[in-house]
Design a protein around this ligand. Sequence first.
Ligand SMILES: O=C(O)CCC(=O)C(=O)O
Ligand SMILES: [Fe+2]
Length: 461
Amino acid sequence: MGSLTEPKIPVVDFSKEELKSGTQAWLSTSKQVCSALEEYGCFIVECNDVSLDLHNKIFDSAKELYDLPTEVKMKNTSEYPFRGHVARANVYESLNIEDAGHLESTQKFTSLMWPDGNARFCDNMHKIASIMGRLNEMVIRMVFESYGVENYSDSHIGSIDYLLRFSKYQEAKDNMALPIHSDNSFSTILYQNHVNGLEVQLKDDNKWTVYDPPSRSCFIYFAAEAFKAWSNNRIRPCVHRVFMNVSDERYTLALFAFQKGEIRVPDELVDDEHPLKYKPFNHLDYLMRHLKQIYASGIKTDYPIEAYCGEKTQATVVPSNPSIFSDDSDSPVRERVCEEPLDQSPVSNEALVQAIVADDNESENNRFGSKFPKCKVGLDYVEDSEFSSNCMRATIAPEELMENRISNLETRGVRKNRKGLSSSISKHNMKTRNSRLQSKISVSSVQEEVVNTLVIRTIRF
Ligand SMILES: O=C(O)CCC(=O)C(=O)O
Ligand SMILES: [Fe+2]
């Protein structure tokens, strides 16, 4: 029989006294933090660092950011997947500041969005990011001390690479605004406006608990995949999703902590009871190569970090077996990953658009068509990946197949807004219906900031 009371997200009070290492308050708070992360993977941080005034200013500034024209927001780009400007229909939109631990990065982002300046925005965002960063560092010290590995805290904290993400959610048709996932960071701290929507899984039981912060000055702290690996599986990564069934706009700010350089399980955390589960790994490489492959291929894996650096995995960290990609032999359309990837480096929006345009014009220099002369280039919408709606794939297909695929794409609701065509495309004088649609799709992919997840696939015919 299950327990009668459902577990709740633990609340840890960081506001009572000044928390200083070595004090009784510090020790008891550390204990609560550690057991919350081991048992549930998350806890609510109660503190009084954010006044109601600052709360209001932060979300006014966030709204101001989202109210900017799309072409301005699209200037926020990144070589990493799912950073930069990401938009999904009217349900989800995010913008990301990389290297957010430094004021200069926030300043740079601010002047990209507001070339005439917006000191208020910069100031508010730097303030809240600093509060969240300090909290994260305190939690790291507490956990490291609890495990007796406090000698690693300084170097760990010194190598944190922060990412600040602004997210906006609106009511979703199926209510699912952000799919189920755990973060690929080390840890994440999240701050939200007055609209709930975040749900966490506290046990492996498919039950969801709504994050309902007790006050405007609360944060939620998540342990993520890299924290689990570092702790040799002691810490539980928090599985969460965003479920939106209210018409109010939900705004959040999340500070993701990544590690520059290598993460290795401290020797002190390996013993007979806890044999080593992970090889040392480079966190940013994990993000850049492994996740990129996973997202681009549409493979859903429950434990991506195990596949990357689990003690039992092979030396190759990037999936190389084409059979893991969709290859349904009953289907008239057989797909395989191009054995010789055309371009391993991140593909810029312009390069993608130019390649498509070049293909359409049957140019000699066509990057794709020269390798696959009978094929047309198009973009395929990936439905099955974790962040499905943000993913597009480049597909090479004979024209008649493109026709089918494009009608599928239409029914799958790829944006058809003709105004979405950028001038750089329309001036290329597209002739056929197909090519127009392809271009439109490519624009959509550009808008959705997914060009970096480009995978070249061939369709045999
Ligand atoms: O905005 C939220 O509530 C959750 C965001 C999140 O989970 C993410 O960006 O990974
Ligand atoms: Fe998340």
